[in-house]
Design a protein around this ligand. Structure first.
Ligand SMILES: *Cc1c(COP(=O)(O)O)cnc(C)c1O
Length: 362
C-alpha cells in the first residue's frame, strides 16, 4: 500500500463504487440518479459526482442548494437535482447555480418564476407528488392540477417524482404507492421524466428511473454490493500496561498487566459511535479490542504484540463484519445512514481506484 502521509484518514474505494454503480445500472430499467446529499453520506460528494458523471450518470441529486453550489464550484457541469421541497427563500440560489429544484408548493413555484424573471434566467423544476409519505409533495390526486398551475407560471416541469415510505419494511404499501404513481403518470402523460424508487425500492421491487444512495455506498448486504469506505489510523502511542493500570475516562478498563495498548487518534468526533465500536483491525488484520471508553478524538485498543507508529490500523472496514459500518449502526441501535453521515469532515479523504490513489482531499 502506498504511504499516505496522515495519522488518520478516510479511504474511498472507487473500484468498489464502480462495481456497485454497474450492478445498480443493470438492475434498473431506466436511469439511475446517484444521491449525493450530506456529502454523499459522508463519502465526499464532489469526487463521487465527478466519478459517476464520467461513467454515464446524467444527473446527481443533493438536498440543499448549498450542496449543489459546492458541486458547481468544484466544476460539475451535469444536471444537479435538489431533493426536498424548494423553500421560496432558496429560489435565487437554485437559479444562479443552475440547480434543478423540486417543487411541492405553489409558493415555491411562484418564487422560482418571479426570481427567474427578475434575473433573466429560465425556471426549470421537478414536481414532487405525495403518494403516501405525507412529508413533501403535491397530493397525488391533485397532480394534474398542480402541474397545470406550475406550468401556468412559466416554469418548465422536466421531471415528476415521488418517494417510497416503506421500501424494505412494508411491501404492501410500496405497491399502494406504485399504483398511485402509475395513476399520476397516466394523468400527466408522456413528456416528463418520471422517477420513483430508492435503493431498497429498486433492489427489492425493481424500478424504472431510480434515485439511489445507500446501495451506491454498498451498505445493503446480501445483494452483491460492497461497502466502499474505510477509516484507517496510525497509533500515536504504543505502550505496555502494568497490573492495575486503568485506561481512559472513568478508568473503565483495568489492566491485568503486560497488555500492549495503542492509542489511535480518532474518536466519536470523527464519527465512531461511542459505545458501539468494540474492536478494530490491526496491521495484520488481527482483532484488537477497544479498551475503555472512546474519547472525542482518541480510542485505545489492545494489541497482541507491539507495533511501530507507522503501523496502519483499520478502524472501519469495507465489509459487513464486526468492524463494518452496519455493525456499528446495529450496535448503536440506529440505521447505517445516520452513522455514515456522521463520519468526520476533519479527516483527510483518500480516493483510490485499484491500487492507485487518484485524489486526496484535505
Ligand atoms: C435520500 C433520498 C433518496 C435515496 O435513498 P436511499 O435509501 O439512500 O437509496 C432517494 N430519494 C429521495 C427523495 C431522498 O431524499
Amino acid at each position: 500500500m502506498p504511504l499516505v502521509e496522515a495519522r488518520a484518514w478516510l479511504e474511498v474505494d472507487l473500484s468498489a463504487l464502480e462495481a456497485n454503480w454497474n450492478l445498480l445500472q443493470a438492475r434498473a430499467k431506466g436511469e439511475v440518479i446517484p444521491v449525493l446529499k450530506a456529502d454523499a453520506y459522508g463519502h465526499g460528494a464532489l469526487p463521487l459526482a465527478r466519478f459517476l458523471l464520467a461513467r454515464g450518470a446524467r444527473q446527481v441529486a443533493v438536498a440543499h442548494p448549498k450542496e449543489g453550489r459546492a458541486l458547481r464550484e468544484g466544476g460539475v457541469e451535469g444536471e444537479v437535482l435538489l431533493l426536498g421541497s424548494l423553500h421560496p427563500a432558496e429560489a435565487e440560489e437554485a437559479l444562479r447555480w443552475r440547480l434543478t429544484p423540486t417543487l411541492s408548493t405553489l409558493e415555491g413555484a411562484q418564487a422560482l418564476a418571479h426570481r427567474a424573471r427578475a434575473l433573466g434566467l429560465f425556471p426549470r423544476a421537478h414536481l414532487k407528488v405525495d403518494t403516501g409519505m405525507n412529508r413533501v409533495g403535491f397530493p397525488w390526486e391533485e397532480a394534474k392540477a398542480a402541474l397545470e398551475a406550475v406550468e401556468a407560471l412559466g416554469v418548465r416541469v422536466e421531471g415528476v417524482y415521488s418517494h417510497l415510505a416503506t421500501a424494505g419494511e412494508d411491501p404492501g404499501f410500496v405497491e399502494v404507492q406504485r399504483r398511485r404513481f402509475q395513476r399520476v403518470r397516466e394523468a400527466l402523460g408522456p413528456g416528463y421524466f418520471y422517477h420513483l424508487e430508492n435503493s431498497h425500492g429498486l433492489l427489492l421491487h425493481g424500478g424504472d428511473n431510480v434515485r439511489v444512495g445507500l446501495a451506491l455506498y454498498g451498505l445493503i448486504p446480501g445483494l452483491g454490493l460492497r461497502p466502499i469506505l474505510r477509516l484507517r489510523a496510525r497509533p500515536t502511542l504504543v505502550k505496555r500496561l502494568r497490573p492495575g493500570d486503568r485506561v481512559g475516562y472513568g478508568g473503565e478498563y483495568v489492566a491485568r498487566g503486560g497488555e500492549w495498548l495503542a492509542t489511535l487518534p480518532v474518536g466519536y468526533a470523527d464519527g465512531l459511535p461511542r459505545g458501539a465500536v468494540r474492536q478494530v483491525l490491526g496491521p495484520g488484520g488481527e482483532v484488537c479490542p477497544v479498551a475503555g471508553r472512546i474519547s472525542m478524538d482518541q480510542t485505545t485498543v489492545l494489541l497482541p504484540a507491539p507495533v511501530g507508529l507507522e503501523a496502519v490500523f483499520e478502524v472501519l472496514s469495507a465489509d459487513f463484519g464486526p468492524t463494518g459500518l452496519l455493525a456499528w449502526a446495529e450496535a448503536r441501535g440506529t440505521i447505517p445512514y445516520e452513522v455514515a453521515v456522521h463520519l468526520s469532515r476533519r479527516l483527510p479523504r483518500v480516493y483510490r481506484h485499484g491500487e492507485e490513489v487518484v485524489e486526496v482531499l484535505d
